[in-house]
Design a protein around this ligand. Structure first.
Ligand SMILES: *[C@@H]1O[C@H](CO)[C@@H](O)[C@H](O)[C@H]1NC(C)=O
Ligand SMILES: *[C@@H]1O[C@H](CO)[C@@H](O)[C@H](O)[C@H]1NC(C)=O
Ligand SMILES: *[C@@H]1O[C@H](CO)[C@@H](O)[C@H](O)[C@H]1NC(C)=O
Length: 491
């Protein structure tokens, strides 16, 4: 029975254990070599296909390292709850991408060039297969296990064995395979790496309580369920006109011309999509196989990479970000859901008398983990007003794009995570408001857009977002007919 299974050694690992784990990892991966190993020069430009390590490079040397600087609230505050939205880990290309890659590879195979690069590409082993279709890769599982370890190490009072076994942690996921698998890997990392429970066999796993993620696409894939978004943006051929314009513009033409020359294939046979898939293949070979010297990467220099990054960012901006209001409005439900959790925790905390230490015991769900997509996180970040440039991203803004705030590779790499932390602060010992909130994006403090501060009283935060909490109803926002009614009324 599961109860027998769960009479394990308890408690979080000590600092010495963490050190030991880190040292073991360090030695088994070649120690100094891996520290000296620098990030490949194209790696920061892969947009939504960026490795998590690009935003936190110290993880290349030690994926379990937690670098909390001096930013935690003073120790008169204790965390009561964390509510997170997490993108799945590293994945295989989708079926669509594999199809394009086959086409690109076919073109290269036909090339009569004698260059070393072309010969190397021609003898490259096309190992991507249709069944892979966007699934989580092994490295993606590691992304999640390691993230679980680091988040739990940051908030040891929340990620306890007791809370896990009492089902006080909530795990919700999108129905996509890569997200369900990410959730399982996260739980695995928490239970077996961090809490050091023995790993149950497949059969035993059936009996382990609290380990089944709840699938909820209404929450985690809201974009599929928003009729207005689908009609006006997703299925609308003209909605991406800035993107189309950039594909035809001078920067992309230069890159396509260069690639056609390098490969000795007629330029007429190449298009932006095929050049992009070659660039993505470079990203996949790095993210999946840790191959930094793939021939695919040698097709591009840093200047090309910046152009292709902008191509990706333009798409994200217009399809998921600030480009159209409906992109972000469709995430209202998720936003309100997050605040409901925080609200509940505050109420539960208020209902105890004044033993501060027991307050965190009172919270029914101190840990809320929700797994989705870049397409889940980007609209949410935009809804909250984060990474907002003063002017929209247009086809002719390539020259300034490195200065722009909206760069998807910095915001939503694989395994990216947005974490809300609710604290209770002891008023007797500090003059602060009783309940405070911090946000972390990819484990770094994320200042609130209204105050540029990294901490905000919960009540102030609710005031800031009152309009979203009170007057954004997805059923109305996403209704296609609403616009028609409004204009009829006006007539
Ligand atoms: C999904 O989440 C929404 C929002 O919280 C909720 O209303 C709905 O009942 C959930 N669906 C399932 C299947 O749990
Ligand atoms: C498609 O997008 C364009 C540009 O935003 C817009 O003018 C048009 O109304 C949209 N079409 C539909 C069917 O929503
Ligand atoms: C983009 O370019 C246009 C036209 O050149 C310019 O007016 C606008 O300010 C630029 N936007 C950004 C974000 O730089």
């Amino acid at each position: 029975m599961s109860s027998v299974l769960f009479t394990y050694r308890r408690c979080a690992p000590s600092a010495a254990q963490i050190l030991l784990l880190s040292v073991t990892w360090f030695c088994s991966t070649g120690g100094l070599d891996s520290i000296a190993h620098k990030s490949p020069k194209l790696a920061p430009y892969f947009g939504t296909k960026t490795r998590y390590e690009e935003v936190n490079p110290f993880l290349l040397a030690n994926p379990l390292m937690v670098t909390r600087k001096n930013d935690l609230l003073p120790n008169t505050c204790t965390p009561l709850q964390i509510v997170s939205v997490i993108r799945h880990g590293t994945r295989y290309p989708t079926k669509e991408q594999i199809k394009k890659l086959k086409k690109m590879y076919g073109l290269i195979k036909k090339s009569t060039s004698n260059s070393d690069l072309v010969k190397e590409l021609q003898s490259w082993n096309m190992w991507y297969e249709d069944w892979m279709d966007g699934q989580l890769v092994k490295k993606g599982e590691e992304d999640m296990k390691n993230l679980a370890f680091r988040l739990a190490s940051l908030f040891p009072s929340l990620f306890t064995l007791d809370k896990l076994q009492k089902c006080q942690m909530s795990f919700v996921t999108s129905s996509k395979h890569r997200c369900v698998d990410s959730t399982k890997a996260f739980i695995h990392g928490l239970a077996h790496t961090y809490l050091q429970l023995p790993i149950p066999t497949e059969d035993e796993l059936e009996d382990v309580p609290c380990r089944d993620p709840l699938v909820n696409d209404t929450l985690m894939r809201f974009f599929d369920h928003c009729e207005k978004f689908v009609a006006q943006v997703e299925d609308n051929d003209t909605a991406m006109h800035e993107l189309e314009k950039f594909k035809e513009g001078p920067e992309m033409r230069r890159v396509m011309h260069k690639i056609a020359e390098l490969l000795s294939i007629p330029q007429g046979e190449l298009n932006a999509g095929l050049v992009q898939v070659a660039f993505f293949t470079c990203s996949f070979e790095l993210a999946i196989n840790n191959d930094a010297n793939s021939a695919w990467c040698r097709l591009f220099d840093e200047e090309d990479a910046k152009v292709l990054e902008y191509l990706n960012d333009l798409k994200q901006y217009w399809k998921r970000g600030y480009g159209y209001d409906i992109n972000s409005r469709s995430s209202c439900n998720l936003f309100q859901h997050i605040f409901q959790h925080l609200d509940n925790a505050v109420s539960e905390s208020k209902s105890v008398c004044n033993f501060v230490s027991s307050r965190s015991q009172q919270i029914s769900t101190p840990v809320v983990m929700q797994f989705g997509h870049a397409e889940t996180l980007l609209p949410l970040l935009a809804l909250m007003g984060l990474f907002k440039d003063e002017k929209p991203l247009m086809a002719d803004n390539f020259s300034t794009h490195l200065d722009q705030k909206f760069r998807s590779g910095r915001m939503v790499p694989y395994a990216s995570n947005l974490v809300f932390v609710l604290y209770h602060c002891d008023l007797a010992k500090s003059p602060q408001e009783e309940y405070q909130v911090q946000m972390l994006l990819n484990e770094n403090l994320l200042p609130f857009p209204h105050s540029h501060q990294s901490v905000c009283p919960f009540e102030d935060l609710k005031k800031q977002y009152r309009h979203l909490l009170d007057s954004c109803h997805v059923s109305d926002e996403c209704q296609l007919t609403k616009v028609a009614h409004a204009s009829e009324d006006e007539l």
